[in-house]
Every structure is written in structure tokens, then in C-alpha cells.
Design a protein around this ligand. Structure first.
Ligand SMILES: [Mn+2]
Length: 302
């Protein structure tokens, strides 16, 4: 499976999905370096699949294009954020009847911050953010100094205007630090832990929380998938693998379910780390999840 390559300045408004890569990991704190190699590795993994999803959905009913990797500058964070925001802006400016959905391949998790910042500026509806992650990335400052890091990303996002704590839903958490636990204690954010998912009925658990978001008037969601939400059995190639994670099938079901509740407006998949991968399994899993997710969304678009 190969996606049509298009120069980002030649994008047309007939695309339903726009894939872009952000080979940036300068805001990662992991000693397991290499997340910048993920866009290339995930694109390669798409080649191993046939054209239909597991349920037989033809994702090419909708136009999917790949605009390649955007420019990033490892020592220039502001310029990198500007580059990301300009690209998201280009994609969202195409919105006409159909709604192009940017699918971003990270990179470390910090890239979600400039993406959300741009969405908040120009997306016309209120939206929620559903985050699949072993972590909550809510440190204020990493090692008391670093404001912009992959583990501070949702703290920074919560500082943005027009996003409220209840608009965020974390799923699959299991490695929350002391400072983050304190922060959570003082807020209304209630992550759905990996442990609680392992204990009960996944569908009932998620449905209840999705309905709560809906009651807040949220019909649109941005979905951020940190591959470390999966158990390291399924995704060993990541910066901070944490045992006790979701199975591939649990995440697959969660993505299916959320498309029954919400219109997905943007997706990112971050923290795949090819140098620490095994037999490319993490990249393959990431690519397959995106393919299946596109399939679920495509079905709802009919
Ligand atoms: Mn993360």
C-alpha cells in the first residue's frame, strides 16, 4: 500500500486524509534516541499491507495523500513549531465540504503542542482531545527547567486558551510521576488507566467517558496516539516502554468505538523509535493502526 505523494503547496481540497511526517525528537528526554526515524519506518511498513482493512474496508474510497516530511530544526524550537503550524494551517485551509484530516507521524510527543495550538486558532468547532498514552505528559518543567519537552506537552496544551481540562481524555495510563499525580489530584482530569481497562468491560468503560465528553458539547475530537500506550510486547520500539499496556486489539477496538461517538478532526502517532524496535514490529503496528483507524473513519463518512 502506497499513498500518493503531493507537494504541500499543491494540495487540493479533494483530499480526505493528509499524511505528514515530523522527524523531530529534540524535545525527547529518553536515553533511547531515534524517534526522528519513525516517519520513514512507518511509511515503509505500510508497504507490507494489502489494500483492504481487516474488516474489508477500502480506505482508498477517500483520497489519501502524503505530503512528506516537513522542515524541522533540532536546535530551533520556535522555528520548528512555526513550520508545524504553517503546515497544519495549509491543510486546514483546504476545508470545504469534505474535511481533510491531518495524520501526523512523529517524532516525539511534543509535536502535538503546535498542532493543537493551530487547531485551536482556526478550527471552527469546539473539540476534545483523546490521548492514548502510558503517561500523562503533565510535568510543568522537566528537571525543573525544561518547559518544552515531550513529557510537558499536555501541561503546555492546558495553558492554551479555549481548552479546558475536561476536554482531555487520557486512555491507557500506567506511569504517572509524583508531580503529575499531584497535578491530577487538583484537577477534574480522570485518566482511564491501563489497569482499569484490564479489569473490566472496555466498551462500557469507554462509552461512559465518551458520553460524558458529548454532554460537554463535544462532537469533534483530535486523537493523539503515543505508541507506548501499547504493551511493550506489541510495541517495544519506543522511548519509554512500560509493561502492563493495552493489547493491539484493545486499542483497535477503542479507535473503532470513538469514531462511533465523534468526528475525528486530526490524528498524530508519536514516539515510535526504530533503533530500539524489534523486527520492525512497532512501526508495522503503528502503520496498521493508522490504516485501520482510517478505515473506521471512512466507514462513518459514508
Ligand atoms: Mn506521550
Amino acid at each position: 500500500m502506497v499513498f500518493e505523494k503531493v507537494d504541500k503547496y499543491e494540495l487540493k481540497d479533494d483530499s480526505s486524509f493528509v499524511i505528514l511526517g515530523i522527524p523531530f525528537e529534540a524535545t525527547s528526554t529518553s536515553p533511547r534516541a531515534g524517534a526522528k526515524e519513525a516517519p520513514l519506518a512507518i511509511r515503509k511498513a505500510f508497504n507490507y499491507f494489502s489494500l483492504l482493512t481487516e474488516l474489508g474496508i477500502d480506505i482508498f474510497q477517500k483520497k489519501i495523500v502524503d505530503i512528506g516530511d516537513i522542515e524541522v530544526y533540532p536546535s530551533l524550537l520556535e522555528e520548528t513549531m512555526t513550520s508545524i503550524e504553517e503546515t497544519i494551517s495549509l491543510i486546514l485551509s483546504l476545508r470545504s465540504d469534505n474535511l481533510p484530516i491531518p495524520i501526523t507521524l512523529g517524532g516525539d510527543h511534543f509535536i502535538t503542542y503546535p498542532i493543537i495550538r493551530k487547531f485551536l486558532q482556526i478550527f471552527p468547532h469546539k473539540f476534545g482531545i483523546i490521548i492514548f498514552d502510558a503517561h500523562v505528559d503533565l510535568y510543568d518543567k522537566w528537571l525543573y527547567k525544561e518547559k518544552y519537552a515531550h513529557c510537558t506537552v499536555f501541561h503546555r496544551i492546558l495553558e492554551l486558551q479555549s481548552i479546558e481540562k475536561e476536554d482531555l481524555l487520557f486512555i491507557g495510563t500506567r506511569d504517572i510521576d509524583y508531580e503529575e499525580a499531584e497535578f491530577l489530584k487538583n484537577t477534574s482530569i480522570k485518566p482511564i488507566s491501563s489497569h482499569s481497562i484490564s479489569q473490566g468491560d472496555l466498551k462500557a468503560l469507554l462509552s461512559q467517558r465518551f458520553q460524558r465528553l458529548q454532554r460537554r458539547g463535544i462532537d469533534h475530537v483530535y486523537v493523539s496516539i503515543d505508541i507506548d500506550v501499547l504493551d511493550p510486547i506489541f510495541a517495544p520500539g519506543t522511548g519509554y516502554p512500560i509493561p502492563g499496556g493495552l493489547t493491539y486489539r484493545q486499542l483497535w477496538k477503542a479507535l473503532d468505538l470513538l469514531t462511533q461517538y465523534f468526528q475525528v478532526i486530526g490524528i498524530d502517532l508519536v514516539e515510535v523509535c526504530p533503533p530500539y524496535d524489534s523486527s520492525e514490529i512497532t512501526s508495522i503496528t503503528a502503520a496498521r493502526l493508522l490504516m485501520e483507524f482510517i478505515g473506521f473513519i471512512t466507514e462513518k463518512m459514508k
